[in-house]
Design a protein around this ligand. Structure first.
Ligand code: 13P
Length: 248
């Protein structure tokens, strides 16, 4: 039985001091025995957030990292900078990074490999645009993203990966995929992992749904056979996130 994982992607929101305030507000609400809870905060607030979650069940994740160890890469953050302060997860290849910051399947793959090398758990994002869905190529497109993201990743690494299926048309739009749509793609992702590796590896990977998840939609989505939790944007910045974590 896979353990659920519910992560908040704070995106570019909250200063370090606002981060402490929000964590203190959410701390009691997100206590859970049944799910892993992760807050992915802006890089500048990672240290503050790690301090603020001490003694709780909340793990801290970054929203991005670079795939080189160190050097002349102005503005970037190396994997060991994250691990050295206690960051456990890192979101890789979010659609906003692909769209606004020129991330490609190939850079996503390099980052996934590097994250594993450093003992970070990547939350690997994939998902189609509205046009792709309307053209009926959702599954093909997502399979391609997954196949390239996991190139040269070992089975032992893959089985601890988290994959976030986030249809782009559902992000920040208030349009949630139906549970059938979400389950269909998450199932296809698991089958794709089974094809690349084997059934045991596919059974270990945790697959999240992301895209306008709210307290109202969480229970239906997270009770699907292949959906192991969520990657939550807007609603992770509010008390609602507590209800999403404790969706049952
Ligand atoms: P929303 O929940 O705001 O739609 O964002 C989803 C997302 O992009 C999480 O990474």
């Amino acid at each position: 039985m896979r353990r659920k994982i519910i992560a908040g992607n704070w995106k570019m929101n909250k200063t370090p001091s606002e981060t402490v305030t929000l964590i203190n507000e959410l701390k009691p609400l997100v206590a859970s025995e049944e799910a892993d809870v992760v807050f992915c905060v802006p890089a500048i607030s990672l240290t503050t957030a790690l301090e603020a979650v001490k003694g709780t069940n909340i793990a801290i994740g970054a929203q991005n990292m670079y795939y080189e160890e160190s050097g002349a890469y102005t503005g970037e953050i190396a994997p060991n900078m994250l691990t050295s302060i206690g960051v456990k997860y890192v979101i890789i290849g979010h659609s906003e990074r692909r769209e606004y910051f020129a991330e490609t399947n190939e850079t996503v793959n390099k980052k996934v490999i590097k994250a594993f090398e450093h003992g970070l758990i990547p939350i690997v994002c994939c998902g189609e645009t509205l046009t792709q869905r309307e053209q009926g190529i959702t599954i093909d497109f997502v399979r391609q993203q997954i196949k390239i993201a996991f190139l040269n990743v070992t089975p032992d690494q893959a089985k601890i990966a988290v994959i976030a299926y986030e249809p782009i048309w559902a992000i920040g739009t208030g349009k949630v995929a139906t549970t059938e749509q979400a389950e269909e793609v998450c199932k296809a992702i698991r089958e794709c992992i089974a094809e690349i590796y084997d059934d045991a590896t596919a059974a270990g990977v945790r697959i999240q749904y992301g895209g306008s998840v709210t307290a109202a939609s969480a229970a239906d989505l997270f009770s699907q056979a292949n959906i192991d939790g969520g990657l939550v944007g807007g609603a992770s910045l509010k008390a609602d996130f507590g209800k999403i974590v404790n969706y049952k």
